[in-house]
Design a protein. Structure first.
Length: 223
């Protein structure tokens, strides 16, 4: 009788241990049929910056292998031969952005509104590249970055993703307007003014002398 009780206790303990382990190792499974959204906030000094546009490209598809989920390059980016092992890499985002620009990959463009936000809706699960094609006036464009939909947060998949650039925007350097050089002024001295009346008087004197010589010569002929 005591042996049966001991076996029962051991079985209960084993079941409890198994149940506990199942709870510990249980993890959320993404719903690949569910659509989400991506919201990007542009700020400077903690304040929203409006203006400019943001383009989102589908860079990767979700791949499932025996319960493990990863990303593989989408058809549009397959030619880049980029590795998606580290989707947090800034270099990877730049590589994909260069490929999109050089190969004319199409994406979805959203305006950055007065609240400094750009919103993309009806987004299917995948890996997305965000590139600021045009910056707000007076600011530099944000660096390209990657975001996944859904995004894992505290062990739970979030489908409405609030994504922002890793760093705040930077203001564009102000180019100083070159000043027009003033033409050098000639010195106004007496050396430039005094010859004028002298030349005038000299010219009149020569005219009078010439006139007298001419008239005097005519008088001599009549005599």
């Amino acid at each position: 009788m005591k042996l049966k009780k001991r076996i029962t206790v051991l079985l209960l303990a084993a079941l409890m241990t198994f149940a506990a382990n199942s709870i510990v190792y249980a993890h959320d499974v993404p719903d690949l049929t569910r659509e989400g959204s991506v919201t990007v906030s542009m700020t400077y000094g903690g304040r929203p910056v409006s203006g400019g546009t943001l383009t989102m490209y589908r860079a990767g598809d979700v791949a499932e292998n025996d319960g493990d989920y990863s990303f593989s390059l989408s058809a549009a980016f397959a030619g880049s031969q980029a590795s998606l092992e580290n989707i947090q890499s800034d270099r990877l985002a730049e590589q994909l952005a260069d490929y999109a620009r050089e190969n004319g990959v199409s994406g979805v463009t959203a305006n950055i509104g007065s609240t400094g936000k750009a919103v993309f809706r009806n987004v299917t699960p995948g890996l997305y590249l965000l590139v600021q094609q045009s910056a707000a006036e007076g600011y530099l464009a944000a660096d390209p970055f990657l975001v996944s939909v859904p995004m894992m947060e505290n062990g739970t998949y979030i489908y409405d993703v609030d994504a922002s650039p890793k760093t705040e925007l930077e203001k564009a350097p102000v180019t100083p307007t070159p000043e027009k050089p003033n033409p050098p002024k000639l010195p106004q001295t007496g050396q430039l003014n005094w010859p004028i009346p002298v030349f005038v008087l000299l010219g009149l004197s020569l005219y009078v002398i010439g006139w007298r010589l001419r008239t005097g010569g005519r008088c001599d002929d009549h005599e």
